[in-house]
Design a protein around this ligand. Sequence first.
Ligand SMILES: [Mg+2]
Length: 282
Amino acid sequence: MTFTITRRLGITAVAALAVAALGGAGVGYAASSATTLQPAIKTITPRSEKDVTNIDVLRQQLRNYYGDALGTGQFGDDSNYAREARSAASDGAHYLAHAHPARHKTKAIILDVDDTTLATWNYEVFSNWAFNPTTNADYVLNQRFPAVPGMVSMVTSAEREGYAIFYLTGRPTSQEQATLGNLTADQIGVDAGYPKPTTLRDGEDGLFTKPDVTAYPDYLKQACAADPGGKCTTIHYKSATRAHIESLGYDIVGNFGDQFSDLKGGFADKTFKLPNPNYFLP
Ligand SMILES: [Mg+2]
């Protein structure tokens, strides 16, 4: 069970073993205690089929939303998705241009990667919305993801205005170089053209990928000690990393993410939600 599987399916380490033992497939669970499994996603129980959208019809709605009715894997620049993403980016740009960061702190922004800065629509279509760590790694390592509309210009403006630029992703450390190359420019695969991550004043690089639990820095060990197996939930991983960054003298003015788990847990003045109807990471 790799980290990537747990990331996408939202399975805790403890529950994952139970799911594997049950032959569980594509459903996420969270352990509320050692013996009780609860679904990671809390939602309604439909009383009737009429209360939900047929999943094949829903997939077509998503293709239409991305301006890709035939499912080629390329989203349209004038699609409703692109419009909604550009609108979130522009809200962010406007806020950052007029924000008043904390005195004596260095102003900063932090951005998630998948579907916040890089769009994974091509992979959703390829995988028919069924995440697979092996095929996903092919897209990641070959740097196949284009930029989310509107985001490169927002981040570029922020850098010009003096913001430190940090990226924070649940991608594993093994994918750090490819992630950096896809985000910025390394002449391999897609070069999305984002500003390079800012090196922190303690020398850390500003692209935070998720280490294996055995390699956690102290701030993750402490924050996630009570999580199953000591492995950080997404919210704990991300909020503890933001807390760590702010402890070094930065004020995270804007936090950009496509998942609510990117945005919960504090340590940012304002959060900005990018659109992503394709998956849910608790
Ligand atoms: Mg994301």
